[in-house]
Design a protein around this ligand. Structure first.
Ligand code: NAD
Length: 389
């Protein structure tokens, strides 16, 4: 298959591009490289030192003989996106190319507006390119489990069958997202659903849980290929952050009471889930939603697991409940369906001692690169963060 990975220089996109290339697909990467600018602006950096995209791709070619075409383009620039898409002529696009940090989107008005414009306009431009130039192309879009929020009923995969005043219909599942970023993903989902209905596009919305881990078989082939690993309070996600905090002797920062429950998955399953969606495409006119996570944990569960793994490695790991910068339920019902990817053949990597050990070891290897000032949460949901004004 010819597959264009949008946002292919990022955490999920880079690992996915290499996985698909290694499986024999013709892969292209389109990325504006804006994520690297945000790192510079916010004075944050990946724990692992990541090489420039051209060097990464050249090394991949040297090691494997596989070529990856690169397009440096902003999805919000319709002409640039269309030119790249028409030139590459993909059978499928995997769309990771968005601003994906909830805290970033809550810094203040400018960042909220930027996040929604970047994500919604980029996706809308993509829908038009597919409709006008490549109508058979399968869109695999990364959504998030955060679109659903934490309702007091079970979360289904995209749709809910409702009986109301004696009549029954199957409708998009109601969404209660928890940040302006998560809202941008809901807006995307609605736009894609609409495009499938009116133009007959084929799309899969992968509502992904929180990703953890850093290595995949391809990114460990050489140091030049190493993936990014964020630990800061803006782009770092909870389990990756906890492992890095444990490695440097920083207390694990549990926000509030720590009963917040979410779906999680290993990055090795991210790449496999995307591949399964590509190999089993949505039908023309179908807006298919798959919940892409393998296990549910509370923040307290994860803190306990990291403390236990760290203690067994001889680390002194403390847990600290810090005031919650977010507005969210800290104790709640959470039960989400995730059977469709299993039915397509996913064999999950469950969170194991060996994964925690390997993540802790990566954190220990690079601990001299940690800037402790980047660890505390700097963005409040209740007010604009003074540090950024
Ligand atoms: N990381 C997670 O835990 C997680 C969880 C759920 C969903 N997701 C979704 O997966 C996707 C990828 O996440 P990630 O962690 O790899 O993020 P990331 O920030 O590491 O990568 C995103 C990439 O997209 C690029 N990009 C952003 N806007 C762009 C634009 N307008 N045009 C072209 N390129 C653009 C960035 O430069 C970056 O390389 C996102 O859509 C995110 O919402 C991620």
């Amino acid at each position: 298959m010819r597959i264009l990975v949008l946002g292919g220089d990022g955490y999920c996109g880079w690992a996915t591009a290499l996985h698909l290339s290694q499986r024999g697909h013709d892969v292209g990467i389109l990325d504006s490289l804006i994520r690297r600018d945000w790192d510079r602006q916010l004075k944050i950096a990946s724990l692992t030192p990541i090489c420039g995209i051209e060097r990464r791709i050249a090394r991949w070619h040297e090691l494997t003989g596989h070529s990856i075409d690169l397009y440096v383009a902003d999805m919000c620039n319709h002409e640039a996106l269309e030119t790249a898409m028409v030139r590459f002529a993909p059978d499928a696009v995997v769309h990771f190319g968005e601003q994906r940090s909830a805290p970033y989107s809550m810094i203040g008005r400018k960042e909220a507006v930027f996040t929604q414009v970047n994500n919604v306009v980029g996706t809308l431009n993509l829908l038009y390119v597919i409709h006008e130039k490549l109508p058979d192309c399968h869109l695999v879009k990364l959504g998030t489990m955060g679109e659903y929020g934490t309702p007091n009923i079970d979360i289904e995969e995209g749709y809910l069958t409702i009986t109301h005043k004696g009549r029954t219909d199957t409708l998009l599942y109601p969404k209660q997202p928890g940040s302006y970023y998560h809202l941008s993903k809901v807006h995307d989902s609605h736009n894609i659903h609409f495009a499938c209905r009116i133009w007959g596009l084929r799309a899969t919305d992968l509502n992904q849980g929180v990703v953890y881990g850093v290595h995949t078989p391809e990114t460990t082939m050489d140091r030049t290929l190493v993936n990014r690993l964020d630990y800061d309070g803006i782009f770092g996600t909870v389990l990756n952050r906890f492992c890095i905090q444990a490695a440097i002797g920083h207390p694990l920062t549990v926000y509030g009471r720590g009963g917040q429950c979410r779906g999680f998955l290993d990055i090795r399953d991210t790449v496999r889930c995307v591949e399964l969606a590509l190999l089993n495409p949505a039908k023309a006119g179908e807006f298919r939603v798959l919940n892409q996570f393998t296990e549910q944990f509370t923040v307290n569960d994860l803190a306990q697991k990291v403390r236990q793994a760290g203690t067994e490695m001889g680390l002194d790991v403390e847990i600290e409940n810090v005031p919650n910068p977010r507005v969210e339920k800290e104790e709640h019902y959470y039960h989400a369906a995730n059977t469709k990817l299993l039915e397509l053949g996913l064999k999950p990597h469950c969170l194991s001692q060996s994964l925690l050990d390997s993540l802790l070891n990566v954190a220990i290897d690079y601990k001299d690169r940690v800037d402790e000032n980047m660890i505390p949460p700097r963005v409040s949901w209740r007010s604009c963060a003074p540090v950024f004004q």
